[in-house]
Design a protein around this ligand. Structure first.
Ligand code: AMP
Ligand code: MG
Length: 497
């Protein structure tokens, strides 16, 4: 052993609490070799938040880590086990089939964050898959996650996207890539289901203890910490899905393995933001029955939480009937929690600082009018600040026939009349919650096509820059705010496999 000052400090101060605390919950594994790694994107601001050395990340060793070719000192790469309900059907074994958790770091705010590679090759959980990811889906996940972050929605983040230099085969040959994903943790509803399905209740309890310590330490002092933990997850998910619904976001694959315990949005595959408001909107090419349609998302979240509740029954109380009673009550609180978050979001979008009993109906009436008039969700809400300042034209322009909307404007103005405060302040506050720029599907496709087909990252970087400041109107960015021209083929996205 050499003397202290010749011992190299690890480049990333990895911790591995998951691997240490939870033996039997994962398989130690190694990433596949990427033949010719090339950095596509590096998130410098996030690197700084994580306390990582951006210069090192761009060095040959840093790139090798981001490509999966080097497990740096302190990292203990593992593939995590999980199960899950996919489109309602239970798979007892899913797990990281193309991802590896490298380890954890403590960020600048003192929060523990996972660093995970996605697309890093086959693992014992790969089933029939190749363990790989393609440049398009990796960049899509990068972009949408960063857009969600800027919109104020809890989300996993993207630290880097690296092209592997390898071809992956889907319907067509595609360039391969690895995403470096950052999250509060990768514990999912499906992680609990994995052990519950095997009736390994000690492991379920161990996982709950770990999740509590990491995400909800305040519940440790509750009378029944496991019940309080469940209530905290219900609250976090109610809040999260309400944010999605306030923004017109459709996740697309709300399987229980894609629902986090932390309350972060995870796994941006066939997700998209709506243009014209329609509760039945589905973008995913694999969601043939519309299970994960926009308007179903709150009830699906509650369905998923019911699956989580089932895993906790023996942990909550040795008396099964008592456990079920407590969990049922907690589950029933989802609707109230969701409505509370959703309505708070809607009030802000409508410029209502005070609370009145008719507010829920006022918001619902606008949505009904938008749905009937096929009004663009984002544009309509954004234009309401102009209406506050006396110009109704931009909002009316979102409707083919604004007659019904004009009626609604009268009701809204009557409600605004009981608000105090200056109109200009109200309009400014509305602009801080009603984005002007969202990842419009045609702009996302354009950026991904340039990156994949023409090796041109320019459109992607330009779009990312716009989406990083979604509430601030900038001259020259009009095209990013506009809905796509009408086309006859409805937009579809494909699962990021
Ligand atoms: P996802 O649809 O990405 O949420 O993945 C669902 C499950 O399929 C997870 O267990 C993934 O690890 C696995 N999976 C998805 N794509 C692949 C792939 N190309 N190779 C191996 N496993 C995969
Ligand atoms: Mg997934």
């Amino acid at each position: 052993m050499s003397s202290m000052d010749t011992v190299e400090r690890p480049q990333i101060p990895f911790d591995n609490t998951y691997a240490r605390a939870l033996p039997g919950f994962f398989v130690p594994w190694k990433a596949a070799e990427a033949p010719a790694p090339a950095l596509l994107m590096l998130n410098l601001a996030l690197a700084e938040d994580l306390g990582l050395d951006a210069a090192w990340l761009q060095s040959p060793d840093g790139l090798a880590m981001l490509a999966g070719n080097l497990a740096p000192e302190g990292s203990r790469p593992i593939a995590q086990a999980y199960a899950g309900h996919q489109f309602g059907g239970f798979s007892p074994q899913l797990g990281d089939g193309r991802a590896l958790l490298l380890g954890e770091v403590i960020d600048r705010d003192g929060k523990r964050r996972d660093i995970q590679l996605k697309g890093s090759g086959k693992t014992p959980f790969s089933r029939g898959g190749d363990g790989k990811a393609a440049v398009g889906p990796v960049l899509r996940e990068y972009l949408i996650g960063e857009a969600m972050q800027a919109l104020g929605v809890p989300t996993t983040r993207a630290l880097a996207a690296v092209a592997t230099g390898e071809t992956v085969y889907r319907e067509t040959p595609l360039p391969g890539a690895v995403l470096t994903r950052i999250s509060a943790s990768h514990i999912r509803v499906g992680t609990f289901q994995f052990f519950a399905a095997r009736q390994e209740w000690d492991k379920v309890r161990q996982l709950a203890d770990y999740a509590i310590a990491r995400h909800y330490p305040a519940v440790q002092s509750a009378e029944n910490p496991y019940l309080a933990f469940f209530e905290a997850v219900v609250e976090a998910q109610a809040s999260l899905v309400a944010r999605w619904m306030n923004l017109g976001f459709i996740h697309g694959v709300m399987n229980t393995d894609n629902m986090t315990i932390s309350g972060e949005t995870i796994d941006y595959g066939p997700c998209a933001f709506m243009d014209a408001y329609a509760t039945g909107t589905v973008f995913s090419s694999i969601d043939t029955h519309g299970r994960y349609a926009f308007g179903n998302q709150p009830s699906i979240a509650q369905w998923n939480l019911t699956r989580l509740a089932e895993t906790l029954i023996p942990v909550i109380d040795p008396d099964e009937a008592k456990a079920i009673d407590s969990l049922t009550a907690a589950l029933q609180s989802f609707a109230d929690a969701y409505n509370r978050h959703w309505l708070a979001g809607m009030r802000a979008k409508l410029g209502l600082a005070s609370e009145r009993p008719g507010d829920f109906n006022l918001a619902m009436a606008l949505l009904a009018t938008m749905e009937a008039g096929a009004a663009d969700f984002t544009r309509t809400f954004r234009a309401l600040s102009a209406a506050v300042m006396g110009d109704d034209a931009p909002a009316r322009a979102a409707f083919a026939d604004p007659a019904a909307f004009d009626q609604w404007l009268v009701e809204w103005r009557a409600r605004l009349a009981v608000e105090t405060g200056a109109a200009a302040d109200r309009a400014a506050a509305m602009d801080r919650v009603n984005p002007i720029y969202i990842p419009r599907n045609h702009k996302v496709e354009e950026a991904l096509a340039a990156a994949v087909d023409a090796d041109d990252m320019g459109p992607f970087k330009a779009l990312l820059a716009v989406l990083t400041a979604p509430f601030v109107e900038a001259a020259g960015n009009e095209a990013y705010a506009a809905p796509a021209a009408q086309s006859d083929s409805p937009y579809k996205t494909f699962c990021g496999t």
